[in-house]
Design a protein around this ligand. Structure first.
Ligand code: EPU
Length: 416
């Protein structure tokens, strides 16, 4: 298994271009199940999770022609099962549930179970589908969903779940009548999916708000669409530039969707300037500890918590980091401590006391963003940092090593 080897301590310099958003591309690929025909998707990032999704949709009869744009032929739907082998490696596989019941009136999707960052149930997805007339049973670890017809419903989510909102929206677009999802997730990736569905012919009101109103239509058409850029990838490069005290321009960045993140970087003393689609981190400026609290969009994203913690580990003073979305998302703490960070965790709260300097060490993490935080820390640590379990990073960062090397980092991927 490969590892990433970093010789830290060099300031990053130059320009880096952000790829398409993983968490927008995944539901949009699933949404191609809804309309037979050939869809054209541009800016789909080259990631392991995308390859997994293509394999999964391939099991259902979809065909792909790689290129820019990616062609997805969903003319023939021949299966409606998401096996355990796929769902256990990628929870987002659960996103086929909504579109499959909408088009095929049936789906068999393995229940995801817990994962490295928390229990992550899908009860809200199932509750919403049941309200639309879907009969749900659990059989040998699989959610079996069947419906004669789907009808509109009033659904209030207990929590604004991102993939739950996406699944329900994808089911509702082909239901009879109107569905209203209250307390819907407002994440930009949910908006991107809603826009793709709209291009397919769906009728959705309230995009970007916490109440989505979906008027079902009898059928949808295949669509041509460009996936939005990845705000978390952009935020990760911000952290990498800031921790190395580099001078980096991040292009193709969804600046408007990064307000909460940019504000915290600014508060922490990072010198920034931005246009509509690019952010420049300017060298100089002293890092100061600031507090963050993760929150659904437009709050500070949980997917940036670990990378921000790496930055805070070398800031002057203390920082209190509160994780409110997932109950177990501090797995990076013990590894950051191996690099010399001073962090104390009590429940969902981490107190980081900044150190002047981190020291390189071999580290590994159990999820994608935790692994990203170790790369960020390694870029600033003195000496050699080895980040093991690179497959986590392959799931969500396109050409990470190449992009960082082009910015002047001493980083390489080697077979472990
Ligand atoms: N929740 C429930 N019941 C449900 C669904 C969710 O209790 O039916 C809880 C979860 O346990 C969690 C909270 O609600 O405590 C929020 O979870 P959410 O469902 O919003 O997360 P998700 O849809 O499974 C997506 C992203 C995650 C990101 C979260 C939060 C995708 C494919 N995944 O997950 O991305 O952290 O939203 O923003 O969109 C990542 O990219 O590294 C990643 C983990």
């Amino acid at each position: 298994m490969d590892k990433i080897v970093i010789e830290g301590g060099l300031p990053l310099n130059g320009e880096v271009k952000i790829s398409g958003a993983k968490n927008a591309a995944l539901p949009i690929l699933a949404a191609t199940l809804l309309a037979p025909g050939v869809h054209r998707l541009a800016n789909v990032p080259p990631l392991a999770d995308i390859r997994t999704t293509k394999r999964l949709l391939g099991l259902m009869g979809l065909q792909f022609e790689d290129g820019e744009p990616l062609l997805v032929d969903s003319t023939h739907l021949t299966g409606w099962m998401a096996p355990y082998e796929t769902v256990k490696t990628m929870r987002a596989a659960v996103l086929v549930l909504g579109p499959l019941v909408a088009r095929a009136r049936q789906a068999s999707v393995s229940l995801p179970g817990g994962c490295a960052i928390g229990a992550r149930p899908i009860d809200q997805h199932l509750k919403g589908l049941e309200a639309m007339g879907v009969k749900i049973t659990l059989n040998q670890g699989y959610v079996e969903a069947k419906a004669k017809r789907l009808h509109g419903a009033e659904i209030t989510l207990d929590t604004p779940t991102v993939t739950g909102t996406e699944n329900l929206m994808m089911a509702a677009v082909l239901a009879d009548g109107t569905t209203r999802i209250h307390n819907a997730a407002q994440e930009p990736e949910v908006m991107d999916l809603a826009r793709f569905l709209t291009v397919m012919g769906a009728k959705i009101e309230g995009i970007g708000t916490d109440v989505l109103t979906i008027h079902g239509v009898p059928e949808l058409q295949p669509a041509t669409y460009t996936i939005m850029p990845d705000r978390i990838e952009a935020g990760t490069y911000l952290a990498a530039a800031a921790i190395t005290k580099g001078q980096v321009t991040i292009t193709n960045a969804p600046v408007a969707h990064l307000s909460a993140v940019l504000e915290k970087f600014h508060e922490a003393g990072v010198r920034l300037s931005a246009t509509e689609s690019s952010i420049t981190v300017h060298a100089g400026g002293n890092l100061t500890g600031v507090d963050i609290r993760t929150h659904p969009y437009p709050g500070f994203p949980t997917d940036m918590q670990a990378q921000f913690m790496a930055l805070m580990s070398v800031a002057r003073g203390a920082s209190v980091i509160t994780e409110t979305i997932f109950e177990n998302r501090f797995m990076h703490v013990s590894e950051l401590k191996r690099l010399g960070a001073d962090i104390t965790v009590t429940g969902n709260l981490a107190v980081v006391r900044g150190r002047r300097q981190l020291q390189g060490a071999p580290v590994m993490a159990t999820d994608l963003r935790a692994s990203a935080s170790l790369v960020v820390a390694g870029l600033a640590a003195a000496g050699t940092t080895e980040v093991l379990r690179v497959y986590h990073l392959d799931r969500g960062y396109a050409q990470l090593v190449e992009k960082l090397a082009a910015l002047g980092a001493r980083i390489k991927r080697v077979a472990a």
